[in-house]
Design a protein around this ligand. Structure first.
Ligand SMILES: *[C@@H]1O[C@H](CO)[C@@H](O)[C@H](O)[C@H]1NC(C)=O
Ligand SMILES: *[C@@H]1O[C@H](CO)[C@@H](O)[C@H](O)[C@H]1NC(C)=O
Ligand SMILES: *[C@@H]1O[C@H](CO)[C@@H](O)[C@H](O)[C@H]1NC(C)=O
Ligand SMILES: *[C@@H]1O[C@H](CO)[C@@H](O)[C@H](O)[C@H]1NC(C)=O
Ligand SMILES: *[C@@H]1O[C@H](CO)[C@@H](O)[C@H](O)[C@H]1NC(C)=O
Ligand SMILES: *[C@@H]1O[C@H](CO)[C@@H](O)[C@H](O)[C@H]1NC(C)=O
Length: 410
């Protein structure tokens, strides 16, 4: 089980900011790959969001080197005496935090809108280590290249791009950078082991409301259905969303997640602090893969991966805040009031969720946690590791997802 979002306990009091006019992305870079441009119409947005949260305050010294990071990871994953389990708690009190963020987002809809699905918008939330899109400065060139991340990589798009796949099937998609990644702003107020308070990117409820109202859906207007799709940490945020307000979503697809295991932080031993040079402006509480071997062990099937895809993800890796790894104190959430369709799809050899073997582990207790979901489906995706979209046969997984939507009437 991925540590459950600590944020599900945080009260999101204030939703979307007064809806300011969307700002179109700078025209100096392509909004999408050439192949996407052939089949879809894409538009970029910078979306202002204000949230009010009760944040936890970091109570430990900040990391001064990567040995401190190792010690933190050990405290996090080490076996707790049972019973009672005493969760590792690095916090000292709470604090009210109002955060104003700008969320980078892209919306794409199919040019060929004859299939009847185009008004179904998939709202996609990426997980830790990724983003929607970032600027990447190559070492050889001085110019900035636009690289696309989890949902729409520019690497062999017919094989790896979820966005292109769903648009080719007639669906629309809205993708955004979680706060602190990609082109979303205000990393300052993200919690890190600095004396800064812990807060988060509770942006999906306000974003959902804006997307539902048709504000960030290009020429499409108001969607008829909004389906939330998450990967990993993005799945936790998605689960939390329908737990808190089941009416916000018409269906959810949770990928790279699981509820029957407790080992996710084990793969965190592959992490190291990002400072001092790679991500200027971030403090030492932001972590990334220590090296490409940590990446392959955590996100791929080491026995079956495309080295090009591995290196691509290594280049686009986004740092995560150390606090994002912390489990919540209260165990599995339930979303028993959610009555829409729920699909859980996780790679067979996912290390973090299933200790490398998800067979037999996805169905329960997920089915009970979503006891009113209709339909409910749990799918083990053969041979894939945690980062499904960059693993071989990613389109096989995409097909399971669009088939599920179609058979659920979405
Ligand atoms: C926790 O906060 C209190 C009040 O701000 C402070 O006096 C105390 O030293 C803090 N403890 C730790 C461990 O940071
Ligand atoms: C448009 O989509 C429909 C249904 O999805 C498909 O049958 C048709 O071949 C597509 N037309 C073009 C020109 O791609
Ligand atoms: C892209 O993926 C497809 C499908 O697996 C494959 O046939 C093709 O050779 C790949 N292209 C490149 C440039 O790697
Ligand atoms: C489900 O909805 C009922 C009625 O609104 C409410 O009392 C209950 O707390 C909800 N359950 C959960 C798990 O949110
Ligand atoms: C976890 O999976 C095992 C094997 O399928 C099953 O026996 C067990 O009941 C599941 N745990 C929960 C809490 O559902
Ligand atoms: C590709 O994925 C689909 C869906 O999970 C699966 O049915 C199929 O067997 C996979 N193909 C291979 C070659 O693993």
């Amino acid at each position: 089980m991925l540590p459950l979002s600590p944020y599900r306990h945080l009260l999101v009091l204030l939703a979307a900011a007064p809806f300011l006019p969307p700002t179109l992305g700078a025209p100096s870079y392509p909004l999408s790959s050439e192949s996407m441009e052939r089949i879809g119409d894409c538009v970029d947005y910078q979306i202002p969001v204000t949230t009010h949260t009760e944040a936890q305050v970091w109570g430990l010294p900040k990391f001064s080197n990567n040995f401190d990071v190792s010690a933190f990871i050990l405290s996090l994953i080490r076996r707790k005496p049972v019973p009672p389990t005493i969760p590792f708690n690095p916090f000292n009190g709470t604090k009210d935090v109002t955060g104003s963020y700008t969320i980078g987002a892209t919306f794409c809809s199919p040019k060929n809108a004859t299939g009847g699905h185009e008004k179904t918008v998939l709202l996609a939330t990426h997980g830790l280590g990724y983003d929607r899109r970032k600027n990447f400065q190559t070492q050889l060139l001085t110019n900035w290249l636009e690289l696309y991340s989890y949902w729409t990589p520019t690497l062999n798009t017919s094989e790896y791009s979820f966005a292109e796949y769903v648009v080719s099937k007639g669906y629309s998609i809205f993708m955004y950078d979680r706060v602190g990644t990609g082109k979303s702003s205000n990393t300052e107020s993200l919690a890190t082991p600095n004396p800064k308070p812990r807060t988060t990117s509770p942006s999906s409820p306000p974003l959902t409301k804006s997307v539902r109202s048709g504000q960030y859906t290009g020429e499409l207007g108001r969607p008829s259905k909004v389906v939330h799709v998450g990967h990993s940490f993005g799945s936790i945020l998605t689960h939390t969303l329908v737990e808190q307000d089941p009416s916000l979503s018409d269906g959810i697809i949770l990928t790279g997640t699981g509820y029957n295991g407790t080992s996710f932080p084990c793969s965190s031993r592959a992490l190291a602090s990002t400072w001092p040079t790679r991500y200027p402006g971030l403090d030492s509480g932001y972590l990334t893969f220590a090296d490409v071997y940590g990446n392959v062990a955590t996100f791929f099937n080491p026995a079956d991966f495309d080295p090009e895809a591995l290196w691509y993800t290594q280049h686009i890796a986004q740092p995560l805040a150390a606090i994002e790894l912390l489990p919540s104190a209260s165990g599995n959430p339930g979303a028993t009031n959610f009555t829409g369709p729920v699909l859980i799809l996780t790679g067979e050899v996912d290390l973090g969720n299933c200790n490398g073997n998800c067979n037999g582990l996805l169905e329960h207790p997920a089915r009970e946690l979503f006891s009113q979901a209709k339909p409910f489906q749990a799918a083990v995706h053969p041979k894939a590791g945690h980062g499904i979209n960059f693993n071989p046969n990613a389109t096989g997984a995409f097909g399971v997802m669009t088939d599920f939507l179609a058979k659920s009437g979405l």
